[in-house]
Design a protein around this ligand. Structure first.
Ligand SMILES: [Zn+2]
Length: 510
């Protein structure tokens, strides 16, 4: 089985200028690429690219499709953006290793995907992935939270010597089975209970296998500089080569000014010999439960406690007052994303200040009403990041594009994505073109760079002998169309996507 894509403007993943030429794919591999065309070869099919751009398939440096890929292997949210590969198992959460101590918890966490966790290790999980023949390649990291819970559950607890040795052994096994690195999410339970000794001991194992360490920092706001220090000092002690900061951002307007110090800290770590990289989604709003808008003391309640509280009349009154006491400008920065609360469907995607003017009622009152009906189900978006900082981060040559999202179908059958789940890559390209970064450099950042960070063999560039993961797109028509109101809207401009020479996405861009 062979085919030729001719008249393409080829960005090969390096930072050099593109050239017009052809790519020949034979049995899933690139058998020829160059400005001319091989002569005397017969093709099963000929594709005229008509001058459109051809690039290596985009690599999502930060995804969470670990389980959705088993439920919806066509991965529409990702392939429609040109993605052919995803690094999953991020933020400390991977679906392996599994023991009696974390199986039930993981099953509950992933219940929406309706997949029974029958495996114990990476091999078992990956067998299930392979069975589905997914439309994107899945390159899993071992999540520190899952690993820790496999050894001692989710309770607050310092690892004993024996437990730490057990965790190291389990981690070592995941690397032998092919994990692409270790990820942490030190803001979440149970990673939040870990200390420097624990992290360093695990990084020792990663260093032995020459694997990268990716981290969702313990703090991305007030404690961001300390969290970076914590990461780099553990990496240096362990003799690690590569450290990758997940979704690099500075949360909270009081911290936005720290951007320079953040960059300096990264530069310093680099000067100490660490290969430091990062990923970022090209949006300034985060998405999480709407209830995080609640100030203290409500911000420490778990879901069960909050659901009970809103049903208690006296307590609910107090909660209403707390919301009324928030500064009025706050409501311009909080959006309702989704809720099952009655009569609110039409307002999904709107800022509370706008919903309030439609209803001619105070925003706090509307928010309280939603929380009473749908305390833990309602989702909100929060303007917590600064657009200038985002631009500065995106312009750094060591920053790859990461959606921080789960591959979902277009229909909302497996939950609702942040718009980044359907729009990150076109938006990343668009924003960097607007910032006057040359296209080859942009393409490099979403192909060869992540392939290099995670040591993905055979992918990330268009070269003879490489795997034929390719994307044909029209740079002029490239646009992300997903919004908070309609987050699963497909982007425009992505024409055809191939994974190992097989078409995984096709859309008329004419
Ligand atoms: Zn994260």
């Amino acid at each position: 089985m062979n085919f030729i894509i001719k008249n393409a403007l080829i960005y090969n993943g390096s930072t050099t200028a593109p050239y017009t030429g052809s790519v020949v794919v034979t049995d899933g591999f690139i058998s020829f690429c160059g400005p001319e065309q091989p002569t005397g070869v017969k093709y099963d099919s000929v594709i005229d690219a008509k001058g459109n751009a051809l690039a290596p398939g985009f690599i999502d440096a930060h995804g969470h499709s670990d389980m959705s890929i088993l439920a919806a292997p066509e991965a529409t949210g990702k392939v429609s953006q040109g993605v052919t590969s995803e690094i999953c198992g991020n933020c400390g959460l991977s679906p392996f290793p599994v023991t009696d101590l974390n199986r039930e918890h993981l099953q509950e966490l992933y219940r929406r995907y309706n997949v029974k966790i029958t495996w114990n290790d990476l091999n078992g999980y990956y067998k299930e992935v392979k069975k589905r023949n997914p439309f994107i390649n899945i390159f899993p990291l071992t999540g520190h939270n899952t690993l820790r819970a496999a050894v001692c559950g989710y309770e607050e607890h310092k690892l004993s010597h024996e437990e730490l040795a057990k965790a190291q052994k389990l981690l070592d096994k995941t690397f032998h089975q092919g994990a692409f690195g270790l990820s942490s999410g030190l803001l979440y339970v149970p990673g939040i209970f870990s200390d420097a000794t624990e992290i360093t001991a695990l990084l020792d194992v990663a260093a032995m296998h020459h694997k990268p360490y990716t981290t969702h920092l313990r703090s991305e706001g007030n404690g961001i500089l300390e969290s970076l220090e914590e990461t780099f000092s553990a990496a240096l002690v362990a003799g690690l080569e590569k450290v990758h900061i997940s979704h690099l951002k500075i949360a909270g307007c009081d911290n936005w000014h720290k951007i320079k110090e953040v960059f300096n800290t990264l530069a310093h770590a680099r000067s100490m010999g660490l290969k430091v990289t990062a990923d970022r989604y090209p949006y300034t709003e985060s998405m999480t439960q709407l209830s995080v808008v609640l100030p203290a003391p409500y911000n420490t309640l778990d879901d069960v406690a909050l659901e009970a509280l809103v049903l208690d009349n006296a307590e609910f009154k107090k909660l209403q007052t707390a919301l009324h006491d928030l500064p009025p400008e706050r409501w311009q920065t909080v959006r309702l994303v989704s809720t099952s609360a009655s009569g609110m469907t039409d307002y999904q995607g709107m800022a509370f200040s706008d919903i309030a003017s439609r209803f001619k009622r105070p925003p706090a009152e509307i928010c309280a009403q939603i929380l009473r009906e749908d305390a833990t189900g309602a989702m909100g978006a929060f303007q917590g990041m600064n657009p200038d900082n985002m631009q500065k981060i995106l312009l750094k040559p060591y920053v790859a594009c990461g959606t921080d999202e789960t591959a979902r179908p277009e229909a909302y059958t497996l939950g609702r994505s942040h718009p980044r789940g359907f729009g990150s890559f076109p938006r990343f390209i668009k924003l960097l073109l607007e910032a006057r970064l040359p296209m080859p450099q942009i393409i490099h950042r979403i192909t060869a760079l992540p392939a290099e960070i995670f040591s993905i063999p055979g992918r990330g560039t268009i070269e003879t002998g490489k795997i034929a993961d390719l994307v044909l797109f029209d740079p002029e028509k490239l646009s992300d169309n997903a919004t908070f109101a309609n987050p699963h809207t497909l982007c425009s401009g992505i024409h055809t996507v191939w994974k190992s020479g097989k078409v995984t996405w096709q859309q008329d861009t004419a």
